[in-house]
Design a protein around this ligand. Structure first.
Ligand SMILES: [Cu+2]
Length: 327
């Protein structure tokens, strides 16, 4: 079952509401008729010549009631069809929003690659971890609110550097100016190397891969627009006629999925609006060969840092939620 406020959950609730309403009416009438016209109750036939099974007694017909029998179900069917179509429209119409977070998903046999066409800087919630990382001219780590913090690893590109943190000071400053073109991670750990707090910057052009156990990472409260492509894992001139196979990128949490079609140059496109931070599942929903069942991954919804300011996911961003608006 997708998250409560996604378009399909809202649609499910609406269909359930109308289904229960029609059900109560239909079964109510059924039981009423069973009781009223049961065996041994002789119907009043004073103004009827004879009763033909399967046909409405002509002498007793009620035009209003008969018209209602056709009109009412027609209205209900048209109404639920409109509900369903408007939900479809909402999913299929890609938001034309400059602010949306665009990225590419590449499906291979049998893993996912996440290609970043926009940069993303984020960190864990400082109010929860008691640790705050800010990186501008210098890298400043505040950890006075977390008595466990004892070590820190800064990884820039492939180079990792370890530092120890002095609890007496509660803050550490490292002279290193922020480089937006480098993939960088700051991890604060306790004495047993458990990660207490993560800060991360993903530059434009960076790739993450589920084959390496990496999660897809997207900012909260932003429309995420994905272009999806299916490629071969081992393209070469020798098998240049092999185009790969069809996959389907499925995010059960938001109830959305889209096919990845080999050979389709422009790819396919889909969008969703993650609002709550957390880690959710990625699945392949199209049988794609031997290890299809292993083609799984995780997506992290994180609070981004925009222009040095930590954006709080929990506060209402004022963006419309994908909650079935328009119906
Ligand atoms: Cu697949």
């Amino acid at each position: 079952m997708p998250a409560d406020d996604t378009v399909f959950s809202v649609l499910y609730d609406k269909f359930l509401f109308w289904g229960i309403l029609v059900g109560i009416f239909t079964f109510g009438w059924l039981f009423f008729a069973i009781a009223k016209y049961r065996q041994n109750i002789v119907p009043d036939t004073t103004d009827i010549d004879h009763i033909v099974v399967g046909s409405f007694p002509v002498e007793r017909h009620n035009t209003k009631l008969e018209v209602l029998f056709y009109v009412l179900p027609t209205i209900i069917v048209v109404w639920v069809t409109m509900l369903a179509l408007s939900s479809n429209t909402q999913v299929w119409v890609i938001p034309d929003n400059e602010e949306s977070f665009d990225m590419e998903i590449v499906g291979k046999q049998w893993f996912w690659e996440f290609h970043y066409s926009e940069e993303l800087t984020w960190q864990d919630d400082p109010r929860i971890t008691g640790i705050d990382v800010s990186w501008g001219q210098d890298l400043v780590i505040q950890f006075s609110s977390n008595a466990e913090a004892s070590n820190m690893t800064i990884t820039i590109g492939n180079v990792a550097t370890d530092y120890s943190l002095d609890q007496q000071l509660g803050v550490k400053t490292i002279t290193s100016s922020f480089d937006r073109f480098s993939y960088a991670t700051v991890e604060v750990t306790d004495a047993s190397e458990n990660v207490l707090h993560t800060w991360n910057h993903i530059p434009i052009g960076h790739q993450l891969s589920s084959a390496l156990g990496e999660h897809m990472i997207v900012p909260c409260d932003d429309e995420v627009v994905l272009s999806l492509f299916s490629l071969t894992s081992d393209y070469s001139e020798l098998n240049s006629t092999y185009w790969g196979v069809q996959h389907s990128f499925w995010l059960p949490e938001w109830g959305v999925k889209e096919d990845l079609v080999p050979g389709l140059e422009g790819g396919t496109i889909m969008w969703f609006l993650p609002d709550d931070p957390g880690t959710f599942d990625i699945r392949c929903a199209e049988y794609c060969g031997m290890d299809h069942s292993k083609m799984i991954g995780k997506i992290d919804v994180v609070s981004p840092i925009i222009d040095g300011v930590y954006q709080n996911c929990d506060e209402d961003s004022g963006l419309p939620k994908s909650d079935g608006g328009g119906n």
